[in-house]
Design a protein around this ligand. Structure first.
Ligand code: FMN
Length: 369
């Protein structure tokens, strides 16, 4: 029996162990960060204990849903924050439950930037961004208010907010943080030349557009140690009207620049994800970034068991993050091990607010033992 299980693991690269810095991971199937809008009034809720612990395995790596770093960071209802004492306290039992099952848990730190509405902002102010240009497309029927362009001085306040949020995450018990530099939110807005229209040291050249993200990386790494810091990037995506004319150059520049800070990992969305949920054929590849970056490399976007195994087996990545499949299959690593059928995800409950339905009620495989 023992031999049988060992053989399964060898033939399933996703199930092989991986040392990521100081963390000894027992497999390479990562819970992707997923906003679930069940954190009422920006505070993580007790139902998160069950949700995250259902998806925890001993030695498994989990990334939390995006968590706002300050009162200007939010853009949707009922997403958690990590800037007040009450928010930190609310995360603690969730992190504890994940640790009790042997999981390694990072908090995704987020600022939505212009992907917000003045109703989420203090005093009903406009959201902040690198620009004052509004988003031209609607997303999830949300209405985004025209943003206010940050001054140079104000950017350092946001950098400082990320630093404090990272400290807060560690206080809540998280093993580290993932800086959300992807998917059209504030950091991505600075990086992308189709959004960033600044003429100061934060706009124009790639170096200038990446200055703000790298200042955040440096500040967060200084605060909690580079060995506990990852970043998520999506150079090829143009979600929420946040595209770039030269994603190859942008991605490569960031991968190389990040090496200076010796952070733990770089987590990148596959170029094939033309929208957040649909993939298409593309000649673009993450391999140049993978080769340039010295730390662990995580890929995400449209993966299943087969191409997940392929990307690990071929050395294209160290870990694969699964979003929707993990959302709908709390025991995804077990199902991949057995190559069993998967539950289908229900898109209609991704962002509803019920503490159970579409959240903690996806069934596990029947335990036949
Ligand atoms: C319900 C839902 C919420 C998401 N929220 C986040 C988020 O908070 N932060 C983030 O970086 N990506 C978020 N994503 C994107 C996922 O992390 C992932 O990149 C995407 O779903 C593609 O991977 P998949 O094909 O494995 O689902 C979300 C995706 C889904 C389906």
């Amino acid at each position: 029996m023992e031999e049988e299980i060992t053989q399964t693991k060898v033939s399933v690269p996703l199930l092989t162990p991986c040392n990521m810095g100081n963390f000894n991971l027992s497999h390479r199937i990562v819970l992707a960060p997923m906003t679930r809008t069940r954190s009422y009034n920006f505070i993580a809720q007790p139902q998160g204990i069950l949700y995250y612990s259902q998806r925890t395995t001993k030695g498994g790596f989990l990334i939390s849903e995006a968590s706002g770093i300050s009162e200007t960071a939010q853009g949707y209802p009922h997403t958690p924050g990590i800037w007040t004492t009450e928010q930190i306290e609310a995360w603690k039992p969730i992190v504890k439950a994940v640790h009790e099952k042997g999981g390694i848990f990072f908090c995704q730190l987020w600022h939505a930037g212009r992907v917000s509405n003045h109703s989420f902002q203090p005093n009903g102010d406009p959201p902040i961004s690198c620009t004052d240009k509004a988003i031209r497309v609607e997303h999830n029927k949300a209405k985004f208010s025209p943003p206010r362009r940050l001054t140079v001085e104000e950017t350092s306040q946001v950098v400082s907010d990320f630093r404090v949020a990272a400290k807060n995450a560690v206080e809540a018990g998280f093993d580290g943080v993932e800086i959300h530099g992807a998917n059209g939110y504030l950091i991505d807005q600075f990086m992308k030349d189709q959004v960033n229209d600044r003429t100061d040291e934060y706009g124009g050249s790639i170096e200038n557009r990446c200055r703000f993200p790298l200042e955040i990386v440096r500040a967060v790494a200084e605060e909690i140690g580079a060995h506990r810091v990852g970043i998520r990037l999506s150079p090829y995506a143009n979600y929420k009207d946040s595209g770039d004319s030269n994603p190859d150059a942008l991605g490569l520049y960031m991968a190389e620049a990040l090496n200076k800070y010796s952070i733990l990992y770089c987590h990148v969305i596959e170029p094939r994800m033309i929208t957040q949920y649909d993939k298409q054929e593309t000649k673009s590849s993450l391999l140049p970034m993978r080769k340039a970056f010295a730390g662990a490399f995580i890929v995400a976007g449209g993966y299943n068991r087969d191409d997940g195994n392929e990307v690990i087996g071929s050395g294209g990545a160290d870990l694969v993050a699964f979003g929707r499949l993990f959302l709908a299959n709390p025991d995804l690593p077990r199902r991949f091990e057995l190559n069993s059928v998967l539950n289908k995800y229900d898109r209609s409950t991704f962002y509803t607010h019920d503490p159970v339905i579409g959240y903690t009620d996806y069934p596990f495989l029947e335990d036949k033992s």
